[in-house]
Design a protein. Structure first.
Lengths: 115, 117
């Protein structure tokens, strides 16, 4: 089975520009997560969806960040406008809904640099 | 609140040495899950193991072994006869109802392991 697929793998953009990160979860997985990894803060959960519905967005840093999941096989994380402090690796992950303690499977990450 | 502590920031070992990565966790949940993930230099996060709080049996998978001690809230990871390919950052993680649901996984800060040839 294909894993979690993210695009782009690398993005360099100028401050103020809009950034859109894309994710295709593993087929059949009901939960989708967006994480951010930085040296300072480690791995942070930004938002997660269950059956395409956002469940918890308490980790989204500010209004510049938004995430959508229009269908079971696609999600986007958008930053508008981007700032240099948004530079990080953004991971998408998914897990099936089979009760508690399911393993979360991560994509390869989108490496974002905002200059 | 739930917390995962990986006190070792960086460890260097010479190839073929054994190495143990420590993980200590805090939770008020009686049912919870513990995980280890590996992040090699290429950057992806690779799942290694999941353990639930009711299963204290140690597990061995090839050169990898995990020691779960509920009494000390620890879930340590040992690599036997380390190899250069083991060089990576290793994350311990925890999930349980207290964190807001089993889907919300709390990660430690990671231990960077460097295996020197």
């Amino acid at each position: 089975d294909a894993g979690v697929i993210q695009s782009p793998r690398h993005e360099v953009t100028e401050m103020g520009q809009e950034v859109t990160l894309r994710c295709k979860p593993i087929s059949g997985h009901d939960y989708l997560f967006w994480y951010r990894q930085t040296m300072m803060r480690g791995l942070e959960l930004l938002i997660y969806f269950n059956n395409n519905v956002p469940i918890d967005d308490s980790g989204m840093p500010e209004d510049r960040f938004s995430a959508k999941m229009p269908n079971a096989s696609f999600s986007t994380l958008k930053i508008q406008p981007s700032e240099p402090r948004d530079s990080a690796v953004y991971f998408c992950a998914s897990t099936p809904d089979r009760g508690s303690g399911n393993t979360i499977y991560f994509g390869e990450g989108s490496w974002l640099t905002v200059v | 609140a739930q917390k995962v502590t990986q006190a070792q920031t960086e460890i260097s070992v010479v190839e073929k040495e054994d190495v143990t990565l420590d993980c200590v966790y805090e939770t008020r949940d009686t049912t919870y899950y513990l995980f280890w993930y590996k992040q090699p230099p290429s950057g992806e996060l690779v799942f290694l193991i999941r353990r639930n709080s009711f299963d204290e049996q140690n597990e061995i998978s090839g050169r990898y072994s995990w020691n779960f001690q509920k009494s000390t809230s620890s879930f340590n990871f040992t690599i036997t006869a380390s190899q250069v390919v083991d060089s990576a950052v290793y994350f311990c993680a925890l999930s349980g109802p207290q964190s807001g649901g089993y889907q919300k996984v709390t990660f430690g800060t990671g231990t960077k392991l460097q295996v020197i040839p």
